[in-house]
Design a binder for this molecule. Structure first.
Ligand SMILES: *Cc1c(COP(=O)(O)O)cnc(C)c1O
Length: 248
């Protein structure tokens, strides 16, 4: 057996153990909230990790993977073509990358402005594909005198802009609105932020019962997200290990 094969086997065992632990955390959080674990989809955030890890995760039963940079995601998705995976894009997205992302992504979780809705719609129609969309909402509290919350570094629309974005996605060709996504603000109580997201999601569902996805929670706060109704948790570090800092 060559070293590469031995290394692959060790990595498979590591990922399998991490996956079991994350599934256990999700199950415990669901039990505490009186929810069925089948209501929560685990999305593995594979950014900075190689396509070989994506393949191992797929073999271990992971169905959904996420990436946050187009330059990295596109070749990885191409290498993994043929695996039964749904690809999520979760990063801040420039309109000039919309065509590329529309070629491999099944779900874009970071839709946060009208220009991006238009660019994704054009790209999806050209590609003959349907892109599922989540509206990314900024949960940063607006700082007095500093303009809207949407200027935060993590992206996301101001909650007040969600209805207009939803209308735009509803009427755009090639796009389907599935719900909302958010990242908890740094240094604040994630439970309070996820409770706000749950209220925004409930408002959206009143007119669109089909838009039921709430993507919230990462390695450090998935329990709080599940308690607040998350249907999708996006887990990187707890599954794949620590990431090296990326110099952009
Ligand atoms: C990287 C990333 C995650 C995963 O974060 P971890 O803390 O590593 O679990 C989730 N969501 C988004 C948008 C990310 O960029």
């Amino acid at each position: 057996m060559g070293d590469a094969v031995a290394g692959g086997e060790a990595r498979r065992e590591e990922l399998a153990a991490n996956l079991a632990e994350v599934r256990k955390r999700i199950a415990a959080a669901c039990a505490a909230a009186g929810r069925d674990p089948a209501e929560v989809t685990l999305v593995a955030v594979t950014k900075t990790f190689p396509a070989s890890d994506v393949r191992l995760l797929a073999e271990l039963g992971v169905t959904d993977v996420a990436e946050n940079r187009d330059q990295e995601a596109r070749p990885k998705a191409e290498e993994c073509a043929g695996l039964p995976l749904r690809w999520h894009f979760v990063g801040q997205l420039q309109t000039n990358k919309a065509r590329s992302v529309a070629s491999y992504a099944d779900v874009v979780q970071s839709v946060d402005r009208l220009r991006l809705v238009r660019a994704l719609s054009d790209a999806a129609v050209r590609a003959g594909r349907t892109l599922r969309c989540l509206i990314q909402v900024s949960l940063d509290e607006p700082e007095p005198g500093r303009g809207p919350a949407a200027t935060g570094a993590r992206g996301g629309a101001d909650p007040a802009d969600v209805p207009a974005l939803a209308d735009a996605i509803d009427t755009a060709g090639g796009l389907e609105l599935d719900g909302v996504m958010a990242v908890a603000p740094l240094g604040a109580d994630p439970s309070a932020a996820f409770a706000r997201l749950a209220r925004i999601a409930a408002d959206l569902r009143r007119e669109r019962p089909g838009a039921a996805v709430i993507s919230a929670g990462m390695s450090g706060d998935l329990e709080q997200a599940v308690a607040c109704g998350a249907t999708h948790v996006r887990v990187g570090t707890a599954l794949l290990g620590g990431r090296r800092a990326i110099v952009r």
